[in-house]
Design a protein around this ligand. Sequence first.
Ligand code: VGL
Ligand code: ZN
Length: 214
Amino acid sequence: MSFDAAKTLLLIIDVQNDFCPGGTLAVEGADSIIQPINKLALSLAEKGGRIAATQDWHPAGHISFASSHKDCAAGEMIDTSLVKGQVLWPCHCVQGTSGAAFHKDLALEKVSMIIRKGFRKELDSYSAFFENDRQTPTGLEGWIRSLGIETVIMSGLATDYCVFFSAMDCKKLGFNTIVASDAVRGVGIPEGSVEAAVTSMKSSGIEFISGNYV
Ligand code: VGL
Ligand code: ZN
């Protein structure tokens, strides 16, 4: 597969302390994706590509936190007024906290856009393109269209949530969509969700690559 690096965006999804070992919603092996992401970012930037990062950015008492609901535990699913089937999570990525900060080893120099999502108390956002009502845009689509981006490479956390929803939206929007397999990790809640996400991404025509491909 070939793509024009100058028309390619690397999207670094939610590489934040709360999703890394020691965080409140730690993804196993999350720290092992940082070097592959940094390498990709540096080589893509050298070839004229663009780099954007997302940050999960919730207000305290966010609707996706189990602690915001009476008698609910993390891992349960509820229906909210805006979203059917909202998974409840431990409190994570609260705006301005160290848990919401990027991992200290993530190379941010080449990042020219940071999209913060999930900042509305009553609405969660997994995808970097649309919030979980599946309608409210984050602005990423407009930004990359105005730059003439044709290909988006997905990296970061988590394969079965934010990476999955971002990649599926990206493909639906008509961009050539690639997941960098060695630069993503999943949470696996509920069990099997990573495998299910990979299967549906592949059957939607999303490509998977690994190694030194930029
Ligand atoms: C995410 C669960 C809750 C993610 C964000 O980044 O995949 N997962 N909030
Ligand atoms: Zn979140």
